[in-house]
Design a protein around this ligand. Sequence first.
Ligand SMILES: NC(=O)c1ccc[n+]([C@@H]2O[C@H](COP(=O)([O-])OP(=O)(O)OC[C@H]3O[C@@H](n4cnc5c(N)ncnc54)[C@H](OP(=O)(O)O)[C@@H]3O)[C@@H](O)[C@H]2O)c1
Length: 226
Amino acid sequence: MQKTVLIVGASRGLGLGLAKQFSSAGWQVIATVRNPQHAETLRQIPQLRVETLDMDDAASVDQLADRLAGTRLDVLFINAGVAGPQSKPATQATQAEVGQLFYTNAVAPLRLAERLLPLVKPDQGMIVFMSSILGSVEVGPGMGMDLYGASKAALNHMTRTFVAKLGETKLTVLSMHPGWVKTDMGGDQAPLDVETSTRGMVEQVTRAIGQGGHRYLDYQGEPLPW
Ligand SMILES: NC(=O)c1ccc[n+]([C@@H]2O[C@H](COP(=O)([O-])OP(=O)(O)OC[C@H]3O[C@@H](n4cnc5c(N)ncnc54)[C@H](OP(=O)(O)O)[C@@H]3O)[C@@H](O)[C@H]2O)c1
């Protein structure tokens, strides 16, 4: 039977790449954008359903949950994220910048996961959170983007808390590192292209279906230290 994935944050970069890869692998794809006017490339993907969502806006999350009522998701892939202030040291960031970064990268994804959990198939379903190796407390420090890394460490912590609260479950949860990828966020220096990273992530997701548990791994399936 055809599998269904909901990809959050698919207007560009890795989210758009994931939509293309899941679609060419035969999945039914529902993909969200913040601004429906920025969905031209996405709309060229055959049979893809575009939805509007700003993950930071609780009303927008509720409206999406209502529109999707009755949908059964094999995979909920929460990809959206922001880089935060880049031009200054972490300790120079303003309170508003820190609040925005941590809300979008660490709190909003979990809030969305909690809200959409009833749509995810309880036996074979999966939730993927887009993390980063920079969020590893063990290996991330020193790799740059300190504040962003801390927000992804917070995302990992929140995800582990979410999984712990689920208790006895067959749900599979992945915290994914896509590699360092050429996107608006990753920049031109990045060694990987979107196609290589997203093809790898779709392979990892497909492999993990039905396995259960929570793992932190990269696009090639290598486990990462928390
Ligand atoms: N590129 C890398 O090397 C790399 C490495 C490790 C982890 N990651 C992670 O991978 C994910 C995707 O990164 P990317 O490189 O593709 O970045 P990107 O090109 O900057 O794209 C970010 C995406 O997230 C969406 N987004 C941001 N805030 C949102 C919100 N509040 N609600 C809904 N959508 C929102 C953006 O939508 P708009 O178009 O509306 O802004 C866009 O579609 C992020 O979580 C990032 O932290 C990237």
